[in-house]
Design a binder for this molecule. Structure first.
Ligand SMILES: [Mg+2]
Length: 265
């Protein structure tokens, strides 16, 4: 039996505990990493599996740093729960909800995004305004490490000045409102709201570690059955590899795992 088989069997045994949730990050997990964040699309085979699992798993949720509008457009399945901007907004059963405190930050974040876009006008640096937060992508640069240092030099003082939270991911730096939300609190909130007793979570980056640690602590407290699956890549942060209960190789690994899971459930 292959490693994917074993992981799928373990995940299936967890998802037989009801109510259950299958929760996943988007970029680098369900969609391949592409030069520009705007080109990302869900892997078609993954979309098919998620669609067919919708009736069998109580909650299928996408938890992402992208905005809800953006990720819903890229996934295109209405039966899912979408949690965007690292938990500041969500879409569930056709109803959109946003953290009211986050709204206060929209004008300021927009202004900073405009300022950054004019300051870093090179096509290699992409400033993405996500309404409630902003991302600066630098995947298309020849020397990402040097550009990251340069960007941090500009973004750290801005974050400090405006009391924004700065986070780093795979070839991206984000500025978010100083609200105590992350993928971990977003996942805990979903578990609570939907009364979930079992969760399988998938992710590939630093911000996903918060969700994995949250699951580990809920599991240790005997609250839920849980499994965290990390997506291995050249850019996978060491914390992710340490915290994940299992690892699969790239988006292809996720696709293979979900396909096995569909057959098992
Ligand atoms: Mg990701």
């Amino acid at each position: 039996m292959g490693v994917i088989d074993l992981i799928a069997r373990r995940a299936a045994s967890i998802l037989r505990v009801r109510p259950c949730g299958l929760c996943s990050d988007f970029d680098g997990t369900l969609s391949r990493i592409v030069p520009s964040a705007n080109q990302a699309r869900i892997e078609p085979s993954i979309r098919d599996v998620l669609e067919s699992l919708t009736g069998q798993i109580d909650v299928i949720a996408i938890i992402t740093g992208r905005s809800i509008d953006d990720v819903r457009r890229r996934v295109g399945l209405d039966g899912l729960v979408y949690i965007g901007n690292h938990g500041l907004e969500r879409w569930e059963h056709g109803v959109y909800q946003v953290d009211p405190d986050a709204l206060d930050w929209v004008p300021r974040i927009q202004k900073i995004a405009e300022e950054l876009a004019s300051r870093f006008s090179s096509p290699a640096v992409e400033v993405e305004l996500k309404a409630l937060s902003l991302s600066v992508h630098f995947r298309r640069t020849d020397d990402p490490a040097a550009v990251e240092q340069q960007l941090l030099g500009a973004l750290e003082p801005l974050a400090k000045q405006h009391r924004l939270r700065l986070t780093r991911g795979r070839m991206v730096i984000e500025l978010r409102p100083p609200i105590d939300r992350n993928k971990g609190t977003a996942l805990a909130d979903l578990i609570e709201r939907r009364g979930l007793r079992a969760v399988v979570f998938l992710g590939d980056d630093r911000t996903d570690v918060d969700a994995m640690q949250m699951l580990a602590s809920l599991r240790a407290a005997g609250r839920i059955e849980a499994m965290s699956i990390g997506v291995r890549s050249d850019e996978a942060p060491s914390e992710l590899v340490e915290v994940a209960d299992a690892l699969v190789d790239g988006v292809e690994g996720v696709a293979a795992l979900l396909e096995h899971l569909r057959r098992l459930l």
